[in-house]
Design a binder for this molecule. Structure first.
Ligand code: NAD
Length: 281
């Protein structure tokens, strides 16, 4: 079984990006800039943002974090986004989710200029991705996609099953694999026989949030299994895939932690650089 080492692949990607930033700086005398807006003091968000900032600096991006207290008014945040939209030093804007209840998530997403939307959540980017045009692609599915391609460069004709249909994971993941000519099935909480669907799959991407949902007898021999799930349990952090048993059947599998997580952050940096390059056109 191939253990898909997301940490290592992400480190390689960051190194490639670091070189790219050096070249861009030499050519254009400026570097891509990433601005993250963080609202409130939820511990996981604080950790994500700290990791994002650290990785951005490592790659040579200009990064900035704007922090607001939990009670910040929606208008303050929207005004700041408008200001960042106009600021040409800022290539990418990310508002860390989840947001406090009094702030309208969709309004925030739609205020970010599509060309600076490094999360790929703006309806314009969602539409472009599903129409097969150039767009920012959500970082987690992009990271999963790059790992799958490392294992199997030619995905044409493969059967791929997404578990979960969120805008963040399942849906954009399905679009990426469809573009690669996979036959894609998106399953969700109302799917009748999830095990039977999974047993058909050459590729399974699990993004559910249920600890060790996917068992060995759900997985076809030699399938590629990508585990997006992050679940806190008594035994520590586990994914949506029963790692030990599935590792005996699958051709390749991502660990949790150390699989999808590091790739998500590396892809955020990649998206920031892509936004910068498109702004030069
Ligand atoms: P979500 O709650 O938005 O979506 C979960 C999806 O799972 C839904 O579409 C739902 O229909 C489906 N589902 C629920 N129960 C099911 C069942 N019994 N069978 C089949 N489908 C079922 O979640 P999300 O934001 O997509 O995140 C999913 C998981 O991925 C979470 O554990 C989250 O923490 C993790 N995550 C990890 C990363 C990363 O970088 N590694 C990034 C984002 C999310």
């Amino acid at each position: 079984m191939i253990l898909i080492d997301g940490k290592k692949i992400a480190a390689e990607l960051r190194e490639e990006l670091r070189h790219e930033v050096v070249e861009l700086k030499a050519k254009h005398n400026k570097v891509p800039g990433l601005t993250v807006i963080l609202i409130g003091d939820m511990a996981p968000s604080q950790i994500y943002v700290r990791n994002k900032e650290k990785s951005a600096n490592e790659v040579g991006l200009k990064s900035e974090v704007i922090r607001y207290p939990e009670a910040v008014e929606e208008k303050t945040v929207l005004d700041k986004i408008e200001e960042l939209n106009k600021d040409e030093r800022v290539s990418g804007i990310l508002v860390q989710l989840p947001l406090p209840k009094h702030i309208d998530k969709q309004k925030v997403i739609e205020t970010i200029l599509p060309s600076k939307d490094v999360d790929g959540f703006h309806p314009m980017n969602v539409g472009n991705l599903s129409s097969g045009y150039e767009s920012s692609v959500p970082c987690t599915p992009l990271g999963c996609y790059l790992m799958i391609k490392k294992i199997e460069p030619n995905l044409s004709g493969k059967k791929a099953v997404m578990i979960g249909r969120s805008n963040l994971n399942g849906k954009p993941m399905a679009q990426l694999l469809l573009k690669e000519n996979c036959t894609v099935t998106i399953t969700h909480s109302k799917t009748k026989d999830l095990k039977a669907e999974c047993l058909e799959a050459d590729i399974i991407v699990a993004a559910v949030g249920i600890p060790e949902l996917v068992k060995a007898d759900w997985v076809k021999k030699d399938a590629i299994v990508i585990d997006v799930g992050i679940n806190k349990t008594e035994n520590g952090i586990v994914g949506d895939v029963a790692f030990e048993e599935v590792s005996k059947v699958a051709k390749a599998l991502t660990p949790v932690p150390g699989g999808v997580g590091p790739m998500t952050i590396a892809c955020l940096l990649k998206n920031t650089i892509e936004c910068f390059k498109r702004s030069l056109k």
